[in-house]
Design a protein around this ligand. Structure first.
Ligand code: SF4
Length: 635
């Protein structure tokens, strides 16, 4: 056991009444500045109102993070939240939601990761962890049921995310799934703005620089011994029935069964056909390699696979691989998600599959967001090929498809060395600093973050979502069963009005999912099934309408928080390249900016927000039961 920076047991206060099923009734609080840990009771009324995950986190941000507490301020909160289904026998319910004021936009962040953390936390007796302050020396948080300690992490410094987890497993003599670790690698230590929080060998809460916030707090890791507490559901039979129906949807619906079999791998060829696969930093939408080689089964050929499922998950999704050939033969990697094939591959013009797989894992181990890395690296590659950046500026020469150059750039970013120090600020800030023609080549939103690994010029709903969202990434998310909530099953993808109505119509669905404590892949089912699972867990009569209302309420609170932070309507735009017209490929004829203002008008009308100020209208807030927010926002 390492010497402790501060060691303390969490003082436990019991709630007056037993909590609803699925909850422990306790929030764990940690003040790193003072080395204090304690628990506070969470009332059943607050649970129903906030659920968990992003719902709880949005309330914490609004109530506890003032406008002056920027992302790097000790008073910023880092919320590691689960939800009422975490730890129960529904597929993929080990989930973790990270909510904070993030480094990329300096606004609200909610980002999910899977694995085992959420379940381990629940079995330890806590619904969520709320971290504030800044440790005087590098620390890690150790949780073993009611023993909660802030410990010295000096021996972990300089280790990447896998090494950190291995070191903590050795230190505590626990392997397998007996301990869950979420941590930052060197990029988090150096406060790279797009640093992520990584855990359980291959799961990443990646968006909006949440790893930079953790690094700023000098918190290297949170490790939880799988707890010994019991967790019960109000109606176990009803829960199992709902879980079966969810699994049935995943296995049988054509849109989800590919996910069941191959996870996100089918995205590569499917999105290519639509012009949505981002190739070489948006300079083309045409591949020069045989796309048949990128079908899901081919992406798994040639690798030695081991299943790597998360808590209670039956999906054939996550895998650990050993690379079977090429420069990186013998290396153990985490099979890339679609976003990995995109960010460590197509975006930077790299189509050697083994090299992409290797680079993707190096990015994860550094704890860098894979999409942001792809956009910044692709931008440098394009600018060097066009002469907008010189070898002298960057420090060496690299162009599209150069895996060794990309890795060198990753190391420079991770360690904030040379030109990497500027790149560590993200592609928006870096390109604005460089200026000139280079500035026009960068893909980002005016809020400061970059999109996920798509070419949204062929998918306008996600571009609109990314630019209007309040959490540093997409906020709405296309539901698989959108007719369930009265939306058309299919729209004309380049009709701005239809796109905006759809995007506004599903605002908040993702917040509902991300507040339950599970995985967004295993929750690609009817909302009604999720509401039934929630009802069975808690004993509440929770309906589809309750779920939609909850999602919109959470979206409104996040928006109010951002407005208070000064993030308004003037930044709801794509950068020049992000909003440009494709030069080739399936979306070549379509220019999103021709319809952008109209799309914003329709979106604002649909969600009931004021077009000029960006505020949710008073009547919208009142209809959502947010009178208290209406008073504060419109006074
Ligand atoms: S679908 Fe994949 S990421 Fe989600 S819980 Fe299952 S194994 Fe984990």
């Amino acid at each position: 056991m390492s010497p402790t920076a501060t060691a303390q047991r969490a003082k436990t206060k019991q709630t007056a009444a037993p909590p609803p099923g699925g909850y422990t009734g306790k929030l764990l609080r940690v003040n790193l500045s003072r080395g204090k840990v304690w628990t506070e009771a969470w009332s059943p009324e607050a649970m129903r109102d906030q659920l968990g995950g992003v719902g709880l986190g949005a309330h914490i941000l609004w109530k506890e993070v003032p406008a002056k507490a920027h992302w790097d301020h000790p008073e910023n909160r880092l919320v590691l939240a689960t939800g009422p289904l975490a730890g129960l026998p529904v597929w993929g319910t080990g989930g973790l939601t990270v909510v904070t004021r993030g480094a990329m936009t300096d606004g609200a962040t909610s980002t999910n990761a899977n694995g085992f953390f959420g379940a381990a936390l629940k079995y330890s007796g806590y619904d969520s962890i709320i971290i504030q302050g800044q440790a005087k020396a590098w620390s890690y948080l150790y949780i073993n049921d009611d023993v909660v300690e802030v410990r010295d992490a000096a021996h972990l410094l300089g280790k990447d995310t896998w090494e950190t987890q291995q070191a903590l497993e050795r230190e505590h003599g626990l392997t397998g799934h007996r301990m869950s670790v979420y941590c930052v690698g060197v990029a988090g230590e150096k406060c790279v703005r797009f640093a992520a929080i990584h855990g359980d060998y291959g799961h990443v809460a990646s968006k909006n620089g949440c790893g930079a916030v953790m690094g700023k707090k000098r918190l290297k890791a949170v490790c939880i011994v799988r707890g010994t507490g019991a967790l019960s559901a109000h109606d176990p039979r009803g829960l199992v029935q709902a879980a079966d129906d969810i699994a049935h949807d995943l296995k049988t619906d054509p849109a989800t069964s590919t996910l069941y079999n191959f996870g996100t791998l089918p995205g590569v060829t499917n999105l290519y056909k639509l012009g949505v696969l981002p190739i070489k930093n948006y300079t083309t939408n045409l591949s020069t390699v045989d796309m048949a080689e990128w079908e899901p089964a081919k992406l798994r050929a040639g690798f030695d696979h081991r299943g790597h499922q998360c808590n209670a998950c039956g999906m054939h999704h996550c895998h650990i691989q050993v690379i079977g050939r090429g420069q990186f033969q013998g290396e153990r990697v985490d099979e890339p998600e679609y976003e990995g094939w995109s960010g460590a591959g197509w975006t930077i013009g790299l189509t050697d599959k083994e090299a992409v797989s290797w680079l993707n894992t190096r990015v994860d181990r550094a704890c860098v967001d894979i999409n942001e890395f792809g956009w910044v690296c692709g931008w440098v590659m394009e600018c060097m090929e066009k002469g907008y950046l010189t070898e002298k500026q960057v420090g060496f020469r690299l162009g599209f498809g150069d895996v060794n150059g990309a890795y060198r750039l990753l190391q420079m970013i991770t360690n904030r060395e040379g030109f990497g120090d500027l790149l560590a600020e993200g592609v928006k800030r870096a390109s604005e600093k460089v200026g000139g023609e280079a500035a026009k080549c960068a893909v980002y939103t005016k809020k400061g973050a970059s999109p996920r690994g798509h070419d949204h010029r062929g998918r306008w709903d996600e571009m609109l979502d990314t630019c209007t969202s309040s959490n540093g990434t997409m906020e709405s998310a296309n539901p698989t069963f959108q007719t369930e909530i009265g939306l058309p099953g299919r729209i004309t993808p380049f009709d701005g009005e239809q796109v905006a109505k759809l995007t506004g119509g599903i605002l908040g669905r993702r917040h509902f999912e991300d507040s339950l404590g599970g995985c967004s892949f295993t929750f690609r089912t009817r909302i009604e099934n999720l509401a039934r699972a929630l009802s069975a867990a808690t004993g509440w009569n929770y309906t589809l309408q309750d779920a939609l209302r909850f999602g919109r309420r959470t979206a409104a609170i996040l928006r109010a928080f951002n407005l208070r932070c000064g993030i308004g309507t003037d930044v709801e735009y794509p950068s020049v390249r992000y909003g440009s017209q494709p030069v080739d490929g399936p979306a070549k004829e379509h220019n999103v900016m021709d319809q952008w203002e109209h799309m914003l008008d329709v979106w604002y009308e649909t969600v009931g927000y004021d077009r000029k100020t960006g505020k949710p209208k008073k009547e919208t807030l009142r209809a959502l039961g947010l009178d208290w927010l209406a008073k504060e926002l419109w006074r």
